[in-house]
Design a protein around this ligand. Structure first.
Ligand code: ATP
Ligand code: MG
Length: 276
């Protein structure tokens, strides 16, 4: 298929029901671009567009947008947030980061802590990690019995359908796909660069040893939970600049598809005279 004619959305969306094999997706893909400079203007344009669309989303307060970011360690979740969303008005945008659950969170169902952070109408929320951890790290480390995590794929699909149907939420889920070699380079950079050392955690090395198990867990989550209302996108992420361009483009394409409009003004505004 002539993939170059597809929109970024079509190109990287996991079709509902399609089995995902991550080895078939090249993390080093740069799509239609040869190098970073070729993509610069497109990223700038989409960041500007995103700024404008977010303002209308906020003004109209009918729709909301939930962006889910998942990746292997060093996959670029933080960089994506700052480079793609950095220009958006902070009044209309929140980031929720999900770490190891607290005892209180663990004493509820796994979606309890998540639901509290879903976006209100007019808002954009970015999940830096998400409820998918409950079928990823939890599965890889057997933190709950298998029948419990197995049920979660359906529970997640139903939860996301609820958000879409009743919450007016558009859901976009990005798996930032890096290679094992790229992870090694990024971990090494965190070791070597004093400004990155704060990001280094020996725990990341332990998780790296589970690369294949994580890959299998991701493949299942991407396969089972890419739905019409809450699609997954597998984004080539070895090149940070390409990752940013792809994520920005897909978000803009989704918002443009909503037909956002400023709300109707109060009647009679054309008669209003502002006194000196
Ligand atoms: P990140 O790694 O996301 O950039 P960080 O380095 O600041 O953030 P970490 O403590 O390394 O913070 O990452 C959060 C950790 O919490 C990850 O190891 C993740 O797997 C774990 N985690 C998140 N959700 C869950 C969950 N539901 N159950 C168990 N562990 C979880
Ligand atoms: Mg970490």
């Amino acid at each position: 298929m002539a993939k170059n004619n597809l929109s970024m959305t079509e190109r990287y969306r996991v079709q509902p029901g399609a089995k995902v094999h991550l080895r078939d997706v090249d993390p080093d893909d740069t799509g239609p671009y040869r190098q970073k400079d070729d993509a610069k203007a497109d990223l700038e344009r989409d960041r500007d567009r995103l700024f404008d669309l977010q303002e209308i989303l906020y003004a109209q307060a009918q729709h909301s947008l939930l962006i889910v970011l998942q990746a292997m360690d060093t996959g670029g979740k933080d960089g994506t947030i700052s480079h793609v969303m950095g220009g958006v008005n902070p009044q209309g945008c929140q980031v929720a980061s999900f770490k190891q659950p607290t005892p209180e969170e663990l004493s509820h169902d796994f979606l309890w802590r998540i639901h509290k952070h879903t976006p209100a109408r007019g808002q954009i929320t970015i999940f830096n990690r998400s409820h998918y951890e409950d079928v990823l790290v939890v599965r890889v480390h057997n933190l709950v019995p298998e029948p419990v995590w197995r049920q979660r794929y359906n529970q997640i699909n139903e939860f996301e359908e609820l958000l879409a149907d009743q919450g007016g939420t558009t859901i976009l889920k990005f798996f930032l796909h890096i290679s094992r070699a790229e992870q090694k380079e990024r971990l090494q950079a965190r070791l070597d660069d004093p400004t990155k050392q704060w990001k280094f955690s020996t725990g990341d090395l332990k998780e790296r040893a589970y690369w294949d198990d994580y890959t299998a867990a991701y493949e299942d989550a991407l396969t089972r939970c890419s739905t019409k209302v809450a699609p997954w996108f597998v984004v080539p992420a070895d090149r940070k600049w390409y990752r940013n361009v792809v994520v920005a483009r897909i978000i803009v394409e989704a918002l443009e598809g909503l037909g956002l409009r400023y709300p109707e003004p109060e009647p009679g505004l054309d008669q209003v005279v502002i006194e000196d």
